[in-house]
Design a protein around this ligand. Structure first.
Ligand code: ADP
Ligand code: TZD
Length: 597
């Protein structure tokens, strides 16, 4: 490992210093000093960070080279936003902050959406951006890529730090790591001015300044009273329900969560990214009876799920309330690491504050052996609903219309995922998202990665790349054609690194659907439609991957099976009925225009 290299001392205008091999060679090596580049690399390595997602340029090009030379895996993207999404989902999968590295102003801004999205979703990530010279930025004298990045990042992340001196790099990295993973995880911004990288300090002092963070995400043990209060409510419930969110999946307390569900016998609903925490085929899953159990339940325990829009804020008709803002009759237990989450939307009768692993363990300890199972009327009523809905879905899935529609295509994906339960399923789009979520069963924890709390489009290729890189497994990405467009250029990245990613585009020629026309009869297409029958598969072929256009479920099945067998980067362009989608998928009600119709 290349650890100690001396380089030029401070360059007056490091941000405009030539970023070339000859300039690097010109710097005289000495053995007693270490520079900012190497201090940063060593600080990351010291804390077990082995992968960086980023996009090089002034002032961080050399950092990417030196990081790779030091054994860190550097995954270089075509757009910083995708590198940021990759870092954030790597953080979710590993509980270590994912690192996204960008250049100054525009690169930083490109990464910022991903940072904000990470914070919103409680994914731990650190956006590390090079920045221009402080003195020039602060006097607004017009430096190369001038921007007060720290100030801009602050409101969009959990914490933001800037390091000005090489001897503080260890502290800066340690603070960023702790802030990212402790408590409620989130996005952190680390601002590194260009001048920092070539700063050299005494090697021994430098080594001593690095911190290996001890216990970065300390357990947070819930109080006994809060656990007892929650169990008391649950025990006396007539129609109890547990909702598992992506916080529960993140916590990696899989076995204990399963034991809690099975011991109590309480039906549960998985939120989208909690699918597979217990296999979706588990008999206690009430997913197929969602619209029945939410309004009918009397006590609901949320584990790592917020009562935000995805759960209709815990009120209104979804929950049996008489009007959109009226509360239902439920009592809520909320298990969450954030003490301020409780009462954010409706009253939480029993908050249990702590990390999910510790909270679930504490509950199991207090439950003991003689827990009374929920009343059989409740379980039977749910069973009845499930049977009806599952039969109805099976009937829809068995149809084989021409052209293919979402159902007949996803029926194939459902089989493929069942046969490959270890594969990651990345999913975005509107109809492509909603139908996949309800049709494709998941069997293992943290395998389903999707648009999350914001319903953000564009995570597709970044998430796929990260899942393949840190999850070291096959990835299947089910993409709306619009959704794919946000990150489509990263198929080059997928090919360049030879990643086992099978992208399936459910191509219906537009946003939501593809059959709208311009009402004026003018030459411009309607705003929500794309080029008809676009050949997206050729994009993958352009970079050496496999591209296949399919029009039937049989062709789709063969293409996906081939992709998984070969592990080759593959893009399957699945042509589906352009009239098959609904405006905004399942959330039509949130769309003011659609509402008026
Ligand atoms: P979903 O979208 O699946 O409903 P949310 O993102 O709304 O899930 O909620 C996740 C919740 O999980 C957040 O409130 C967050 O504070 C919490 N959380 C995340 N990690 C942990 C953890 N390790 N222990 C406890 N709570 C956690
Ligand atoms: N931009 C961003 C960053 N996120 C968004 N969610 C949107 C725009 C709006 N939007 C949706 O909410 S879904 C969607 C957009 C543009 C695309 C839907 O079309 P699709 O999927 O082709 O991806 P379906 O299957 O045709 O519905």
């Amino acid at each position: 490992m290349e650890t100690v290299t001396a380089t030029r001392k401070e360059t007056p205008h490091a941000s405009s210093a030539p970023d070339t091999a000859s300039a690097r060679e010109a710097s005289a090596p000495s053995t007693q000093e270490i520079d900012g580049f190497h201090l940063l690399i060593d600080a990351l390595k010291e804390n077990g960070i082995d992968t960086i997602f980023g996009l090089p340029g002034i002032p961080i090009s050399d950092l990417t080279r030196k990081a790779q030379a030091s054994g860190i895996r550097v995954i270089s993207f075509r757009h910083e936003q995708n590198a940021g999404y990759a870092a954030s989902i790597a953080g979710y999968l590993t509980q270590k902050p994912g690192i996204c590295l960008t250049v100054s102003a525009p690169g930083f801004l490109n990464g910022l959406t991903a940072l904000a999205n990470a914070t919103t979703n409680c994914f731990p990530m650190i956006l590390v951006s090079g920045s221009s010279e402080r003195e020039i930025v602060d006097l607004q004298q017009g430096d190369y890529e001038e921007m007060d990045q720290l100030a801009i990042a602050k409101p969009l992340c959990k914490a933001a730090f800037r390091v000005l001196h090489a001897e503080d790099i260890g502290i800066g990295v340690a603070r960023a790591i702790r802030a990212a993973v402790s408590g409620r995880p989130g996005g952190i911004y680390l601002d590194l001015p260009a001048k920092l990288f070539p700063q050299a300090i005494d090697a021994e002092a430098g080594k001593h300044s690095l911190i290996k963070v001890v216990d970065p995400a300390p357990r947070q043990i819930p109080s006994n009273e809060s656990v007892a209060r929650a169990l008391e409510l649950l025990k006396n419930a007539a129609r109890p329900l547990i909702i598992l969110g992506k916080g529960a999946a993140y916590a990696q307390a899989d076995a204990d969560i399963r034991t809690l569900i099975e011991k109590t016998g309480i039906p549960y609903l998985p939120m989208s990214m909690a699918k597979g925490l217990l296999p979706d085929t588990h008999e206690q899953s009430a997913a197929a009876a969602r619209s029945f159990v939410l309004p009918e339940s009397d006590v609901v325990m949320l584990i790592g799920a917020r009562l935000n829009w995805l759960l209709s804020h815990g009120k209104g008709k979804t929950w049996g309330g008489a009007s959109p803002k009226a509360w239902g009759g439920q009592k809520f237990i909320q298990v969450d690491i954030s003490p301020t989450e409780a009462d954010s939307n409706v009253r939480i009768d029993a908050p249990v504050v702590g990390d999910i692993g510790s909270c679930v363990k504490a509950m199991l300890a207090q439950i003991g052996a003689n827990w009374r199972q929920p009343p059989s009327e409740w379980l039977d009523a749910i069973g009845e609903r499930k049977r009806k809905n599952v039969a109805k879905m099976a009937e829809t899935l068995s149809k084989n219309p021409t052209p293919m529609n979402f159902h007949s295509a996803l029926n194939v994906v459902r089989d493929i995922v069942k046969a490959n339960p270890d594969a990651y399923l990345v999913n975005e789009g509107a109809n492509a998202l909603d139908f996949t979520r309800s049709i494709v069963d998941m069997y293992k924890p943290r395998k389903r990665l999707d648009v999350g709390t914001w319903g953000i489009m564009g995570i597709g290729m970044g998430f796929s790349i990260a899942a393949a890189v840190v999850g070291k497994g096959q990835v299947i990405a089910i993409e709306g054609d619009s959704a794919f467009g946000f990150s489509g250029m990263e198929v080059e990245t997928i090919c360049r690194y030879g990643l086992p990613v099978c992208v399936v585009i459910l191509n219906n020629n537009g946003v939501y659907r593809g059959d709208e026309v311009n009402p004026t009869g003018g030459p411009d297409p309607a705003p929500l439609v794309f080029v008809k029958d676009a050949r997206y598969e050729k994009l993958m072929e352009a970079f050496g991957g496999v591209g296949v256009q399919v029009t039937t479920p049989d062709e789709l099945r063969k293409a996906m099976e081939d992709a998984i067998r070969s592990g080759k980067p593959t893009l399957v362009n699945a042509m589906i009925d352009e009239g098959a989608g609904t405006e905004s998928g399942r959330i039509t009600g949130l769309n003011p225009t659609a509402k008026k119709k």
